[in-house]
Design a protein around this ligand. Structure first.
Ligand code: SF4
Length: 202
């Protein structure tokens, strides 16, 4: 099992991909895209260092507690922590959960740049969204993505093409107030119906 530097997680969200999902944000990204949703997740600083096994346990707990259908990996840049994330994604496959992965790299870049363990992460990813957010190309039709340059790849048959246009999925954002008073906002702010969730942890 490998260590991962995580920025945050939510054990049950409905705005980061199809259905109820465990969302995991990792810390660190080389890019600085104007308008990035998560500017505080970009610096390469230690945030919370965990073993991939610990995250697997949280995911399994969420499956039992909330009936999540999958996990979404975001950042920061997930491909820069592909070793630990591929272990998590493999575990998800084994327990019947889907994996959706966002990356700022294009799929072509991933194939040519030989970033360690990205092949493994792609192997266990069902739905890949590639491409960095481009502020001048705001997306208004598809679910879950911020700009029109970002592409969906259906790497397995877990999801059907066209799901990114399915209006049954939430277009909102979620605002969580944690017991310590801190707040986390997730989803894409351009599609702004706010759901307020009080939460024991997430
Ligand atoms: S690649 Fe994604 S996470 Fe990185 S700066 Fe761009 S929008 Fe933000």
């Amino acid at each position: 099992m490998s260590k991962i530097n995580i920025a945050d997680f939510i054990e049950n969200t409905e705005v980061e991909g199809p259905g109820k999902r465990f969302a995991l944000w990792v810390q660190g990204c080389f890019r600085r895209c104007p308008g990035c949703c998560n500017p505080h997740y970009l610096d390469f600083v230690p945030r919370t260092i965990v073993e991939s096994e610990q995250i697997c346990k949280l995911i399994e707990d969420s499956k039992n507690k909330h009936g999540i259908e999958g996990v979404t990996l975001l950042g920061g840049e997930p491909m820069l922590q592909a070793r630990g994330l591929s272990e998590i994604a493999k575990f998800c496959r084994e327990i019947g959960l889907s994996v959706m992965t966002f990356t700022g790299y294009s799929l072509e870049e991933l194939k040519s740049e030989n970033i360690p363990y990205t092949d493994e992460l792609l192997q266990y990813t069902d739905l890949l969204v590639d491409g960095a957010f481009e502020e001048s190309k705001k997306e208004e039709k598809r679910n879950w993505v911020g700009s029109t340059n970002q592409r969906f790849y259906f790497l397995t048959d877990f999801y059907k093409q066209g799901i990114e246009y399915d209006e049954r999925f939430s277009h909102g954002i979620e605002l969580r107030i944690r017991p310590d008073g801190s707040a986390i906002l997730n989803g894409f702010p351009l599609q702004a119906e706010v759901v307020l969730i009080h939460s024991a942890h997430n």
